[in-house]
Design a protein around this ligand. Structure first.
Ligand code: ATP
Length: 269
């Protein structure tokens, strides 16, 4: 469809076990949220209203998209995903019509998750002299989120690195019912994420033995950086003509990752 961003993705295969570093509290809250969504009548009888929208916020690469995918899979829902910036258009009305078409596509499904990454680009706080187009697009999003029963079976999930930028009207309950902070992982979290990303890889014994130290020494690394660390080490091992990841592959990958994040930090300044 021309001008559409209603990207229905293949049904996700990610499960909550593929997301490392979640606190027990967060896991409990997500499981409880899922149970209210799976059995809404039962939840209502107990006085609990299933959420219509949830927000994940936190630094880049910490697993917000993974969480949205895992939730869609748990709900056996179709997964519609778009970036907030895909709704920014110069032509008046185009962004709003993309929002409408996204919700229309999702409503055709028995059950659907609409996931908007970088939602601050779409639902940023309105400025007194902000663009007319951006305002119209956000208003349309609010209208669609307020769709009442036509939104039954739809869960809206948004993600952002900048919760402070979001419009108050967007994050009010009824539109966004829960906000979850997804922080950078701590040592225990990094160890869990490392375990997830070494699956299917062959590691030399000394590398295996150093994984606790690695988790300890990678403070500030996101899940995405840990994943990239093992991908880089693995690619180097293959380039060196072995399948086995050795300590020098990991050291090489660590240098590359640290260099990458340092240059990013410098650029950001
Ligand atoms: P952004 O804010 O930049 O959109 P994000 O928080 O949505 O980032 P993801 O897209 O979920 O981050 O993560 C990117 C990749 O990094 C994932 O596909 C996964 O391989 C890895 N990753 C990130 N966080 C985790 C985690 N908590 N557990 C396991 N893997 C992770």
């Amino acid at each position: 469809m021309k001008g559409s961003v209603a990207n229905e993705q293949p049904r996700p295969s990610i499960t909550l076990n593929d997301v490392g570093g979640l606190s027990e509290e967060m896991k409990d809250e997500i499981l409880q949220t899922l149970s209210t969504l799976k059995e809404p009548e039962r939840a209502m009888k107990m006085g609990v209203k299933p959420p219509k929208g949830i927000l994940f916020y936190g630094p880049p690469g910490t697993g917000k998209t993974l969480l949205a995918q895992a939730i869609a899979r748990e709900l056996n829902a179709a997964f519609f995903s778009a970036s907030g910036s895909a709704f920014n258009e110069l032509f008046v009305g185009v962004g709003a019509s993309r929002v409408r078409s996204l919700f229309q596509s999702a409503r055709k499904q028995k059950s659907a998750v609409i996931f908007i990454d970088e939602v601050d680009a779409l639902a940023g706080r309105r400025k007194p002299h902000g663009g007319e187009e951006a305002e119209k697009t956000l208003t349309e999003l609010l209208v669609q989120l307020d769709g009442g029963h036509s939104n039954d079976g739809i869960l809206f999930i948004a993600a952002t690195n900048r919760k402070d930028m979001l419009d108050e009207a967007f994050i009010r309950p009824g539109r966004i019912d829960f906000s979850f902070h997804v922080p950078l992982p701590d040592t225990k979290g990094r160890r869990e994420i490392i375990d997830i990303h070494i699956k299917g890889k062959v590691l030399a014994d000394e590398v295996y033995a150093s994984l606790d130290t690695l988790a300890d020494s990678t403070s500030g690394f996101s899940g995405a950086e840990l994943q990239s660390l093992f991908e880089t080490a693995s690619r180097r091992a293959v380039r060196m003509g072995r399948g086995l990841i050795q300590k020098d592959d990991l050291d090489y990958a660590l240098d590359r990752t640290i260099l990458g994040s340092t240059s990013r930090t410098l650029k950001d300044k």
